[in-house]
Structures are given as C-alpha cells and as structure tokens.
Design a protein around this ligand. Structure first.
Ligand code: 6CS
Length: 352
C-alpha cells in the first residue's frame, strides 16, 4: 500500500497528542472518521451529523475529525486504516469491500432487491437476521458493523444508448474494485474495468472507459455528467454502503461511549435517507440545467428490464462461487425477504 503523507503523519502521531479509546480522566477524546466521498456528498452529510451528535451528547468530551475522500487514500486504503485503528470510523462500501469480506458482494447483484425503495431501506437498516450475519462477517475482519444503508439507485452514464444487454457489448465500463462487479457487467457483454473513484473522471474524459454507474448526487459532484452523453435509470441496484468502526477499539470503550455510538448510528438511518433523496432529486435538476443536451432515460420498460434481469441471473451462482463462505446463506436470506415482501404486495408495488 502506498501510504498518503497525511496517513503517515496520523499513524506516527505520538500517544497523548491524540488518543483513541481509553484516555486519562479529563482529557479530550479524539476520534477520526474517514469517508469515501468528498465534501458536500451524502457520506459527508452523514459523517458531519455523526460528529455533531457525538460532540453534543458527550458534552464536548469527545471530538470527531472527518476526513473526506482524497485526504487519506482510496476506499481500500481507508478500510486498512480502520483495521490499524489509525482512523476509528469509516464508510466501507461493498463495491470496494468484496476482497476483504466476499459475502458483502451480495449487495452488488442486479435485480436482487425490490422495486420498493422504502422496503429495501427497512431491510438494510433494521432487519435483525441480515444485521446478525453481517455483524459476524465484519467482526471476523476486526470491523464492527454499525449500519447498512443506501445512497440511492445506481444510474448508468454512457456515451452510447443502452436499452438492452447487447448495447453493453464491448463497452469499457468502469466498476468499483470488488471482483463480483466484473462478473455483473461482463454478463451483459461489457468489458468491465475496475478503477478507484478518483480516477473515473479522467478515464471517461480520455475515453479509457465509456461508461460507469453511480447515484445521481455522485455523478453531479464528480462531474461525470460533463463527460457522458446518456444517463439511464434501470433501477437494477441501490448503491449500498456500510458504516464501520474498529472492533477492538469499540470493545475497549466504556459502555456509555459504545452505547452513544450505536444510538447515533441508529438515528442517522432516517436522517441520511432524507438527505440522499433530497440530494439525488436536486442534483438531477442541476445536471439538467448544466447539460440540456444530455439524454436522460428515467426508466426502462418492463420488457427491457426483464432482459437485463434474465441476463443477470447466472451471476447469482457466480457470486456463490466467487464469494464462497456464507455466500449461499446471505443470498437465500435476501432473496427470501424480498420475495416475501413482493409477494405480499403484488399488484401494489410502487414503480421504482
Ligand atoms: O464509485 C465509487 O467508487 C464511489 N461511489 C460512491 C457514491 N461512493 C463511494 C464509492 O467509492
């Protein structure tokens, strides 16, 4: 790993100058929170609210510093920093976490979730079975999982129209770095290309890649709309992230501090849902204003979605093979929960 200079400085900070966990009485406690997105993003709104609530409710005894994307390295590096307890909290998105926790890639499968976004959010935020299995999987990697939540639907940005899987044939399509995403897009005939977030804009500009996916707010703030011709909303998968902390650090905390963290993480689920919906709505309008010539396809027909759904089915078995471990169990679990909801609400499901 090529360590960023800031990381080296943080890692070498002498004990007592900044500490995490058990401090002498009266000393201010400092926690660090690294995010995978820049200032102004959904993750930034989350981390800033986390900071405010922790600082207020600890009466200033705890101070939180937020490190936006670009200050501490790529998503993979940020997760390593949590493992090292150089930072105590971070966002760890399944799109990048698959090499470390293969089963988390279930969240990357296309057409696995319901078209009912409200249900998906409940499942991610509150389902005790889902929470338990992922708590265990994260704990095995020295991570304490605090919450699983969505930043909104993934949207494709491409330089040519896409209405059927065959339109992906030969397209150099950027994906996050989890291995399953290669299978997900290669199943449509694309040439999937993993890249860190920070390299996507220039790769699009230089035509090294011809498409990518992200929620609307991210497309706007990373300026991907400047270097694309089409924006397509297939409603194939939400962008899911997870909030994590270092497990040993968390377990070493006095109970009132660990309770405070859990309480704040729970509260933030509702807060961040409002934020992501607002950001995604407002920034779509900003994109329209900036690029009136951009073709925005705000939904595929049922038949078109069915073609993508069919083409993505073999990837479910590939997921079980690639991820191994408890992959079959987590896949069954999510499929059963979604099927039960969709069956009970058949005919009444909202259009995505
Ligand atoms: O595409 C990515 O790599 C990134 N997208 C978002 C919306 N958040 C973080 C992630 O690294």
């Amino acid at each position: 790993m090529r360590l960023h200079l800031t990381i080296l400085a943080l890692a070498m900070m002498p004990a007592g100058c900044e500490t995490a966990g058990s401090e002498p009485r009266g000393a201010t406690i400092h926690w660090r929170f690294a995010i995978e997105e820049p200032v102004g993003s959904v993750q930034h709104a989350y981390a800033e609210r986390f900071r405010e609530l922790i600082e207020q409710r600890s009466d200033g005894a705890i101070r939180v510093t937020v490190y936006p994307y670009g200050t501490l390295g790529t998503s993979d590096q940020i997760t390593e920093l949590v493992d090292m307890n150089v930072v105590q909290f971070a966002m760890a998105s399944p799109g990048h976490l698959g090499k470390l926790i293969p089963e988390v890639q279930v969240f990357l499968l296309h057409f696995l979730f319901s078209d009912d976004e409200q249900f998906n959010n409940q499942l991610l935020n509150d389902d005790p079975d889902l929470s338990r299995v992922f708590q265990e999987l994260y704990a095995a990697r020295n991570l304490q999982l605090l919450s699983i939540w969505s930043e909104g639907w993934q949207v494709w940005t491409t330089k040519t129209p896409v209405a059927a899987p065959s339109d992906f044939r030969g397209m150099k399509f950027r994906v996050m770095t989890s291995p399953l995403l290669l299978a997900a897009y290669n199943a449509y005939g694309a040439s999937a290309t993993p890249l860190p977030y920070s390299e996507v804009y220039s790769a699009l500009q230089l035509n090294m890649i011809e498409g990518q996916e992200n929620p609307v707010f991210a497309i706007q703030e990373m300026s991907f709309h400047e270097v694309t011709d089409y924006m397509i909303f297939p409603y194939h998968a939400p962008f899911i992230t997870t909030t994590v902390t270092n497990r040993e650090f968390f377990e070493s905390l006095p109970p009132e501090q660990s309770r405070l963290i859990e309480e704040v993480a729970d509260e933030l689920n509702e807060y961040i849902l409002q934020v992501q919906q607002t950001y995604n709505r407002e920034r779509l309008q900003m994109i329209r204003d900036k690029r009136p010539d951009l073709t925005i396809v705000e939904g595929l027909s049922d038949e078109q979605r069915m073609q993508f759904r069919s083409a993505s089915q073999p990837v479910y078995e590939q997921f079980v093979e690639i991820a191994g471990g408890r992959a079959r169990d987590v896949l069954d679990l999510v499929q059963q929960k979604v099927a039960a909801h969709d069956f009970a609400n058949a005919g009444d499901l909202p259009q995505p």
